[in-house]
Every structure is written in structure tokens, then in C-alpha cells.
Design a protein. Sequence first.
Length: 241
Amino acid sequence: MEEKTKKMSGRGRNQYSGRGRGHRGGRGGFQRRNNDNRQIEMKFHPYGASGSSRSTLATFAQVKEALILKIEKDYEWGKDIADSIQQMSYIDMNRFLPIKAESNETDSKLKKQQNESYVMIFKEEIKIYSERKTMLEKNKSSAAALIKSNYCTITMRNKLKEEDESVDDGNKNKKNQKDPIELLKLISELMHQPGKLKYPYASVTETIANFVNYKQLDTERLTEYATKFKEKRNILKSQIG
């Protein structure tokens, strides 16, 4: 006998959030295996991090994808913050601002009844909209904390701490690490740009060399190689324009 699942209802949350905990995420990080059966740990790591081989290190895009899936699954109104992280800019909530409908009926009694109904619907929609905006702001700090605690290696967390304290050394470009998008931008830099702050020209030179000399490993799938290649290309473009 086929099991039937019920669609969640109530205040429009079912399409934006999830509450269960599956095999993705977890404190150990979401992991999968390469075609040679070696695990890839889904955590952000700084440039130069070593492993048993390069293919065991997750790319920025791979970890970001795992993070988005976790947020969509576990966060209330999680799709809003997940979509923002996906596009690396916050969604415009004004697009979802409810508009009160007005009756076009000519009969005054019927028009009054319809308008009263529209007012009730509008009030409920405004209530949901306000809750949605509030949750987006709340989920920003929560997502930033999740990134650091669950999706960064210990070495990466130490690097982030150093960056956070670098304002004392005159770093005027310090990023807000409580903002998940700003945090991810910083993480991307730390993953791909060696010695960015101290030796900017050496960083560009090494980034060019890494891009030009990058080759597909025998153990890498073509899709994995393409993902890493695109990341290196994007980092190079961001540095030289």
C-alpha cells in the first residue's frame, strides 16, 4: 500500500522551510565520495591547505552548495536566506510586499462585503510578510555562525580570526563576519588568494600561474574539474578585471 505524504500547511511556510534533520550537514560536514572512493569533506579551507591529494579538498562552490541545502532544509523561511547566499546578494523583499485588492462590483452591498474580505486577507498577508522579513534578518546572523562552526576547518577559522583582528593593523577593508555574504566573500579570498593583504602583486602572479597550470587529475570527474577551473577563472577575473 502506497504511503501518502501530507503537504505542510499554515502561513505559507511549507515552501520555504524544513524542520527535519537528514544525512546532509551535521557537525562533521556533509561528505561524499570521489570516483576513487575517497571522501571529500565539505568544509572551507584556506589557500595551501594540504590533504592526501588535491581531489580530497572540496571547492568553494561544493561547500557553498552543501550549506545552501542545509539552510533550505532546517531554517524557518530558509529559502529567502538560501537564495540570497546563492546569488551572493540579498533578495529584494519589497517584491513580496502585499497589495490590498479592491472590489469592482457595482452593487454597493456586495462591494462592501468583498472589500471587507480583502481587508482581512491583506492583514494576514502583511503579518506573514513582516514575519518573513524578520526571519531573513535573524537568519543572517544564524547562517554566519553556521558557516564558521560547521563549514570551516580549524585552520580557516583561525584565518578568519586573524582577519577579524586585522583592523588593529590598519586594515580598512575589513569585512563584517556576522553577515553571511560578506563572510563567504572573505572565505573565497582566503581559499584562492595567497598573501592577499601583505603581498598583493605576488598574489596576482601566483593566481595567474595556478590558473594557467591547472590540469585535471586522473582521479577527478570532468564535472569536478570544470567546477574548480571556473572558480580559478573567476578569482583571476576578480583580481585583474
